[in-house]
Design a protein around this ligand. Structure first.
Ligand code: B12
Length: 247
């Protein structure tokens, strides 16, 4: 009997997959390169073990900026080039998160992030895979992400925005009918005088024509989330960002 429970949950299809690209040399330091490889491979257990090992001799910031972030940057490129699919991207993101948390624990504080983005999947909607990719790509680019989950009531989203004051809000949905929830969020935020960009995306049931409400910006692909957040961070208003992306 297999008593190693960590083996039970291993995705052997991914482990054996020949989709995995050849190891990419991103650091001249073999220790950092080992961490990079484990993140690209998407193995959170290995990443945790390596980060713990190298934290004994290395500065946590060096591990973050010279291994974890470049590794995830590379994974973002693999996603954009459609070499990596959802499972590989999510596994890599999990590995990076685990490593980041260990480094931050060692430092006793979190690293300075570029800005906070709140993400959610619409009220009534369970299609949250797009949101998970958005989270991963934003985190890879140094943004702090507050993930409210799926099927999030409109009021909860509005309360979270009021409380945490993000630079941008995102919404994901699969069902056409749930665009109404985005619309209600936009109305409630506008009533409160909160004018942040609200980037909305989703497959199947969601299209550019539906994202026609105030604050609403259409995101066809998750890879657009980091440049949109960058625009928000640089101080562009929702209308300017909408002009850039809604076509
Ligand atoms: C997987 C799936 C499910 C899974 C969802 C699992 C999960 N955890 O997400 C399950 C089985 C639960 C499901 C259930 C249902 N589903 Co469904 N589902 C799908 C399917 C096949 C794929 C969706 C998906 O995950 N794609 C992969 C992800 C990665 O893509 P994505 O979400 O589109 O995100 C991408 C972009 O949209 C964008 N993006 C997304 N969010 C954001 C945000 C920002 C800021 C940016 C920039 C970009 C961005 O980036 C992502 C990639 O780069 C679609 C078909 C389709 N063509 O979309 C139907 C689909 C969405 N489902 C549909 C339906 C009808 C249902 C059900 C009602 C079926 C039923 N009768 O029970 C239920 C409803 C459940 C509910 N309340 O939500 C319909 C919707 C039709 C419509 N017009 O409303 C679709 C279109 C199928 C169809 N052709 O009829 N479904």
């Amino acid at each position: 009997m297999n008593r190693k429970f960590t083996d039970v949950f291993v995705r052997y299809d991914l482990r054996l997959s020949d989709l995995a690209p050849p190891a990419q040399l991103l650091s001249p330091d073999p220790a950092l390169q080992e961490i990079i490889d484990s993140v690209i491979k998407g193995d959170p257990i290995e990443t945790a073990a390596l980060v713990k090992k190298y934290l004994q001799t290395k500065d946590p910031l060096e591990i973050i900026y010279k291994a974890l972030i470049p590794a995830m940057d590379y994974v973002s490129k693999l996603w954009e080039e459609q070499i990596y699919y959802l499972p590989q991207t999510m596994n890599a993101s999990d590995a990076m998160q685990v490593g980041l948390e260990l480094c931050e624990k060692k430092m006793g504080k979190t690293i300075e992030k570029k800005g906070l983005v709140i993400t959610h999947t619409a009220e009534g909607d369970l299609h949250d895979l797009g949101q998970k990719i958005v989270n991963a790509l934003l985190r890879a680019q140094g943004y702090e992400v507050l993930d409210l989950g799926n099927d999030v009531p409109v009021e909860t989203v509005v309360e979270a925005v009021k409380k945490h004051k993000p630079i941008m809000l995102t919404g994901t949905a699969g069902l056409t009918v749930n665009v109404d929830a985005f619309n209600r969020i936009s109305t409630l935020l506008s009533k409160e005088g909160i004018e942040i960009p609200f980037a909305c995306g989703g497959g199947g049931g969601i299209s550019l024509e539906l994202i026609n409400f105030r604050l609403g910006i259409y995101g066809k692909d998750a890879k657009l989330a980091p440049p949109m957040a960058e625009d928000a961070r640089r101080g562009l208003g929702w209308e300017e960002i909408k002009d850039k992306y809604n076509h």
